[in-house]
Design a protein around this ligand. Structure first.
Ligand code: GLN
Length: 391
């Protein structure tokens, strides 16, 4: 028989999603795949119950229901500081995952290069490869995950078509400062690149850091494809509601790509989430206060256990240093952690281009009880997985 596609031949299954399955298998507290175990806002759930008996069961307009896009445009106009047109500047997608894929297919040709900062969320490389593009990587260097502008410029000299910018960043929690974004913007203009953003954690940015939308920088609107979703902001990761915001020239094309990929996001869910899109600033302040509390609770617990970790500036992930356990494979460590200690994590190697095996990622988008239970289990970590003796 003929072989299957070359493009997909190098893919492993998603390690993030695999770790959820492994956590379930061992009854582990699942801090691997990032999603909340608390309820979405009541206003959204109440509306969901009503929508079941209203007329929202057939396809919506392929690029998003009118009501949904209008509410989203009003909300994003407020945050992004420019007036977004709901008809010509938005495509509603099935999560930010589809938004990124559709953005990539709208922009790149087979053989093009796409620059990705490493560490990175694993879908970006897959999106590039599925679009026929070659990913090239620019390191974000710990502990503060800064990039070297010269290394970025070197990557840009190879004439890539686009840069993927995840801000706030999954998995390292970096929030790019305005100064850093200005450096990227200057280089993007100089080398004529598109910038595809993933800003799903736009409302989870810890003080004193601030989120700056790349598209809001001077002259960046024309070359930025802003991707985001409602998953994290309203705790509805399973609803798969995302979107692309970009200038009409790009959106016109992205609408077609999206239409052929998925036709559209779920119509009842677009309608049900509208009360969330209409929330006032109080909601976003409350969300941030909630995550700030969870971050402090969980990181303090890790400190008390003397586990070395980074201090995220945004998003809801933390990277832990597992060097002391002397594993050659962080995947094996995560399997042992789920099986022996009962806590699920994602191996850091699934995010880094560089050969990193000493980091694992937890997320803390969980109820306090869940986080405390995970910390409680981690107390037995060094008994159940003894540190490797130093030679
Ligand atoms: N963004 C989440 C994570 O990194 C979940 C991604 C997913 O599985 N779609 O864990």
């Amino acid at each position: 028989m003929q072989s299957l596609s070359e493009r997909s031949s190098g893919f492993t299954d998603s390690v993030i999603r695999r770790m959820t399955r492994i956590s379930l298998q061992y009854g582990a507290v699942n801090l691997s795949q990032g999603f909340p175990d608390f309820e979405p806002p009541k206003e959204i759930l109440d509306r969901l119950a009503q929508v079941a008996y209203e007329d929202y069961h057939q396809y919506s307009i392929t690029w998003g229901a009118q009501n949904f896009r209008e509410a989203l445009a009003a909300k994003q106009s407020r945050f992004m500081g420019r007036s977004i047109d709901p008809d010509s500047e938005i495509v509603t997608t099935c999560g930010s995952t589809e938004a990124m894929m559709a953005a990539m297919m709208t922009i790149v040709n087979p053989g093009d290069k796409v620059v990705i900062f490493s560490p990175f969320y694993e879908n970006y490389a897959a999106d590039s490869i599925l679009s026929g593009a070659e990913p090239i990587y620019v390191p974000l260097t710990p502990p503060d995950f800064h990039f070297d502008p010269n290394v970025l410029e070197d990557a840009f000299r190879s004439h890539p078509k686009a840069l993927v910018l995840c801000n706030p960043s999954n998995p390292c929690g970096k929030v790019f400062s305005r100064g850093e974004l200005e450096i990227i913007a200057e280089l993007a203009a100089k080398y004529d690149l598109y910038v595809i953003t993933d800003e799903v954690y736009e409302h989870i940015v810890y003080a004193p850091h601030r989120h700056c939308y790349f598209t809001a920088l001077p002259e960046m609107w024309e070359r930025t494809i802003s991707c985001s979703s409602l998953s994290k902001t309203y705790s509805v990761t399973g609803w798969r509601l995302g979107y692309i915001i970009a200038p009409p020239r790009i959106i016109e094309r992205a609408k077609k790509v999206h239409d052929f990929l998925t036709v559209g996001a779920a119509a009842p869910l677009q309608e049900a989430v509208i009360p969330g899109l209409k929330f006032t600033q109080d909601y976003y302040d409350g969300l941030l206060a909630q995550y700030t509390h969870k971050k402090e609770l969980f990181l303090k617990g890790l400190d008390e256990l003397h586990i070395i970790h980074n201090d995220p500036e945004g998003a809801y992930y933390v990277l832990l240093d597992i060097s002391e356990f002397g594993y050659d494979s962080d995947l094996k460590f995560c399997e042992d952690l789920a099986r022996l200690v009962g806590v699920g994590a994602v191996p850091g190697s699934s995010f880094f281009r560089e050969p990193v095996q000493h980091l694992i990622r937890f997320h803390f988008a969980k109820r306090d009880e869940t986080l405390l239970e995970a910390l409680n289990r981690l107390e037995s970590l060094r008994r159940k997985i003894p540190a490797k003796k130093r030679a």
